[in-house]
Design a protein around this ligand. Structure first.
Ligand SMILES: NC(=O)c1ccc[n+]([C@@H]2O[C@H](COP(=O)([O-])OP(=O)(O)OC[C@H]3O[C@@H](n4cnc5c(N)ncnc54)[C@H](OP(=O)(O)O)[C@@H]3O)[C@@H](O)[C@H]2O)c1
Length: 245
């Protein structure tokens, strides 16, 4: 297993899971952080998925970042492309969460304008906690009714979901600390709405070339200053944490 070291602010070698959890915990919130991986030349995917870019250290951190989340937020495009199953953290994470007053499992929150989702999918059918699906007013009612059988459906926005309204709705449900796993369209809409507090970015040590998209897709320019909070290193890979400045 590739060790993860902290380079900055205070150098520290070979961080164990407990220490990584401590260093990456979200504040009480409401708080929303995004997690992404990118190649050095800005590609967010390899062969249409993000998994090929990461190594064991990135996968380790990806898993740990779910531990302290009330909710894990995902765009429907990512759930479809990456084949999301039910959201379930492992036994050691459950014990860690209960010891800190968190519910045993985080809630999966999906964002979809089309509701082109299968209610029989494992994401819903095997979910330990009833998921929340956030959609828009214009979605056909038949689709909405089908998903409402397996998830709580929240309707906000116009042609797209309103990120700030969604955050308020989640906070009202006690889901204050939201860990978002993308993807690029979701990230762009949340950035545009000023609804992102932090970004974990893994910089994979490779140049991809090709035509893969970036970690944001669409939206209008929304320059957002970010402050560097920490730099971890796993071999040649950098694991960066930024908060909105
Ligand atoms: N590098 C990384 O770390 C990383 C992370 C995540 C994903 N990815 C990659 O990104 C690709 C998918 O990109 P993507 O842009 O399609 O991902 P996405 O943002 O997860 O999905 C886009 C879809 O999500 C829904 N959506 C997102 N924001 C919305 C909003 N504000 N309002 C309403 N609906 C919204 C819509 O679903 P409907 O179509 O159902 O209406 C939209 O078509 C995949 O190849 C995946 O592997 C990479």
């Amino acid at each position: 297993m590739t060790s993860i070291d902290r380079l900055w602010p205070d150098p520290e070698g070979d961080l164990d899971d407990e220490r990584l959890l401590e260093l990456t915990r979200m504040p009480d919130g409401p708080w929303l952080r995004m997690n992404f991986i990118s190649s050095i030349d800005g590609a967010a995917t390899q062969d249409g998925r993000s998994g090929g870019l990461g190594d064991d250290a990135d996968r380790r951190l990806f898993g740990l970042l779910r531990w302290d989340a009330d909710a894990v937020l995902v765009g429907a495009g990512t759930a479809r492309a990456e084949g999301y199953a039910e959201l379930r953290v492992a036994h050691d994470a459950v014990a860690w969460r209960i010891a800190r007053g968190l519910p045993p499992q985080p809630t999966l929150v999906l964002v979809s304008a089309s509701l082109d989702l299968d209610p029989d999918d494992r994401m819903f059918a095997e979910a330990p906690v009833r998921p929340v699906v956030c959609t828009v007013p214009g979605v056909p009612s038949a689709r909405r009714d089908r998903i409402a059988e397996v998830a709580d459906v929240v309707v906000t926005g116009g042609s797209g979901v309103d990120p700030q309204a969604l955050r308020r709705e989640l906070a009202a449900r006690g889901l204050r600390r939201v860990h978002a796993e993308g993807g690029p369209t979701l990230f762009a809409s949340f950035l545009e709405a000023g609804a992102v507090d932090a970004l974990h970015l893994t910089l994979a040590p490779r140049l991809q070339n090709g035509s893969a998209g970036r970690i944001v897709r669409g939206g209008t320019e929304a320059p957002t200053g970010m402050r560097l909070e920490s730099v971890l290193r796993a071999g040649d890979e950098l694991l960066l944490r930024y908060t909105r400045s």
